[in-house]
Design a protein around this ligand. Sequence first.
Ligand SMILES: Cc1cc2nc3c(=O)[nH]c(=O)nc-3n(C[C@H](O)[C@H](O)[C@H](O)COP(=O)(O)OP(=O)(O)OC[C@H]3O[C@@H](n4cnc5c(N)ncnc54)[C@H](O)[C@@H]3O)c2cc1C
Length: 225
Amino acid sequence: MEEFPRKYTFRTGIKAFLDLIVKKNNLSVIHNSEVQSISVKDSLYTISTNGETYQTKKIAFATDPQTTGRLLKDIAADISGVLSDIQLSRSESLNVVVEKDHISLKEIAGIIPMDDAFSSVVARDTVLHPLYRGFTFHFEDGKKTLGEQIKTACEVLNISEKDIVEHSSTKHLLPAPRIKDMNIAERIDTHKDIYVLGNYLYGLSLEDCALRSAEEYKRYKTSLM
Ligand SMILES: Cc1cc2nc3c(=O)[nH]c(=O)nc-3n(C[C@H](O)[C@H](O)[C@H](O)COP(=O)(O)OP(=O)(O)OC[C@H]3O[C@@H](n4cnc5c(N)ncnc54)[C@H](O)[C@@H]3O)c2cc1C
């Protein structure tokens, strides 16, 4: 992928790129569906979600390592054991929207603090909006209440709470592999009908995730020959 730009900002967010892939390839995507268990009989996998059951001969996982490990417990105990052991780190973010006229902070890409009041801020100033500015504050999970997070945001942005037009919160889950978790891919690419994708195989970045997906797709194509 070296021929592609290393840094890119989507004007309408990265979801627009994913929506395009789905549309272009006429893919069927089911939202708000939680896979609860998977079983296998005569090489046919049965996937049970909160409401539906699906059957398939080949299956790919793109969930965090512990969820994938749990779902694989009864169908591939060897892979399950490796993945269930990978630690996770949790964080949360507060997104705030402010009217442009109510904030004097000059345009920024982000902020890295000297203390631990928050982990970082990412600003939306790279994609300017005629009326509003947006900032995402990242915090360690569970360290501050929503009220305390909003207070921190107001102090950093030098605004008052009433200047916040809208805010929302998001929880994040990221793998925290240790040295013993190196070369996971070599240890789990052992089943010709099971594919494992995600940010704990080659690295955390979206590029790493895309590279892993491309490799698993190659393995899938080879298995059809
Ligand atoms: C705050 C933050 C900022 C980042 N910024 C950057 C950046 O600027 N550039 C960059 O390259 N990378 C960045 N990253 C890293 C990158 O975004 C992630 O590594 C990548 O998105 C992970 O993709 P994934 O598909 O492996 O996992 P996820 O995006 O976590 O997807 C896993 C999905 O599985 C779903 N799921 C879980 N359990 C089940 C179940 N039982 N049934 C069905 N679905 C389930 C979850 O709902 C989730 O949608 C950032 C990460 C964070 C947290």
